[in-house]
Design a binder for this molecule. Sequence first.
Ligand code: CU
Length: 125
Amino acid sequence: MNNKQILAGLALGAGLLGASVAPQIASAHNGEDHTKTQKVQKVTVSIDAKGFHPAAIKVKAGEEVHLTFVSKGESCANGFTIPALKETVKLKKGEKKEITFTPKKGQVIGFACNMKMFKGTITAK
Ligand SMILES: [Cu+2]
């Protein structure tokens, strides 16, 4: 891969992901009657050289969570594990991984890069 391709990839990644840095909690239970009746919480975590963003994630217990990790660049945090969910993830720049689970009340789910430099938690209330 030459430098031009790398730069183009970075620009594309930044452009596509710029809008989804903040966690987005979506719920079908907001007054609008969508065809989906099941409540789903959607959270996006971006990964860059500084780690996970956001690193502290809050979710509602008992509602399915669709957690998407998106790699925005080269980072040690691209390789990480979520032991409680038995997930081992290895991303390359521009790749993403969606993990679906339903947290229990009071559950605190930790995740960390393989060297434990970057950490995060998912807290269910
Ligand atoms: Cu690390």
